[in-house]
Design a protein around this ligand. Structure first.
Ligand SMILES: [Mg+2]
Length: 332
């Protein structure tokens, strides 16, 4: 057996094509941050699932169990936030090796349950198994939202502005610092934390969904190049990203200098930022930024616009580059 030649997208498409059942309760199945199920009273249930594997998603040399527990919860909460929903209940499946100590499990659970408690999410079940190859954590999260308020990847319209909720690439910078043995170096804490303990954007996601000013939304997990391409594919459009409008940080530039790596590559291709990426009509620009400043004292960044062409362009002056789907892919 050779290495499988498929991209992550090919595999998802293949699985989707094999699925035979239709169910009127399912408003949206495979293909967005969450599945959406119709419930009485104009409500929907949101369902998402995320798996983290030792050696692929985390390295125990720099990822302490408490922060790993926090991250396992947060990445799933982020998918609920990406639809504008409220997280409600969780299921946890934990694969442990023979050598995993009880203290490790206690610390992991302390972190996991702390994030659940912060969002008023109840743990309602799951599974525990032995896995000699390493720790595997899989979480299913259930959320709720008003059917009319849910934001999908497919809602982007020609002429929309493209927004991001914070500096893209910080988690990738943090991961590279961990790999370089600098995880405990205080000066890089903000970047290292972005990788080890990301903060899901629940309040912002809710506010954006309530505002009626947003057309499409998702959370960033594979870098803007791939994440924005997902919105474009789902919406049947393209996007132009303005290189000079991408927010950066001095800390990220300093880390790039130290590690001899390009922060732009982190921003475009780096995974696991868990920021919100969304589009709004151009006419909503001022209203949106003011609303977010007033209600949650946050800044958002307009990084480009939605175009007709089926591509994602990075524009720097006269120079154009198609970057669609050039971000992280598990199978490439
Ligand atoms: Mg997502």
């Amino acid at each position: 057996m050779g290495r499988n030649p498929f991209t992550e997208l090919d595999i998802i498409e293949r699985i989707r094509s094999l699925q035979m059942i239709t169910d009127p309760q399912v408003k949206l199945g495979i293909g967005d941050d969450c599945a959406v199920l119709r419930r009485p009273g104009g409500m929907v249930e949101l369902l998402t699932m995320d798996t983290m594997i030792e050696g692929v998603h985390f390295n125990q040399d720099w990822h302490p169990p408490e922060l790993l527990g926090r991250k396992a919860a947060s990445v799933n909460v982020s998918d609920i936030a990406a639809m504008g929903g409220m997280p409600r209940q969780a299921l946890l499946s934990l694969g442990l090796t023979n050598e995993t100590p009880t203290q490790w499990i206690d610390a992991f659970m302390a972190g996991f349950l702390a994030v659940l408690a912060a969002h008023d999410i109840m743990l309602i079940g799951g599974d525990t198994v032995k896995n000699p190859a390493g720790v595997v954590v899989s979480v299913t999260l259930i959320g709720a939202a008003e059917e009319k308020k849910v934001l999908y990847r497919s809602g982007a319209r020609l002429g929309d502005l493209v927004w991001i909720s914070d500096v893209p690439g910080i988690a990738a910078a943090g991961l590279e610092l961990c790999r370089a043995g600098l995880a405990e170096d205080e000066q890089w804490r903000r970047l290292v934390d972005a990788h080890r303990d990301p903060v899901p954007e629940v309040a912002l996601g809710r506010l954006l969904a309530e505002s009626g000013l947003v057309n499409a939304m998702m959370d960033t997990s594979d870098g803007i190049a791939t994440d924005l391409a997902h919105i474009c594919r789902a919406s049947g459009c393209g996007a132009d990203v303005d290189r000079d409008a991408l927010p950066g940080s001095e800390l990220m530039i300093a880390a790039g200098n130290l590690l001899q790596q390009d922060p732009l590559v982190w921003a475009l291709k780096g995974g696991e930022d868990f920021l919100l990426l969304f589009t709004s009509p151009a006419s909503a620009r001022t209203k949106l930024t003011e609303l977010i400043r007033e209600k949650i004292d946050r800044k958002i960044y307009c990084i480009g616009s939605v175009t007709e062409k089926d591509r994602v362009i990075l524009r720097q002056g006269q120079e154009l580059k198609d970057i669609a789907f050039q971000g992280y892919d598990h199978f490439r």
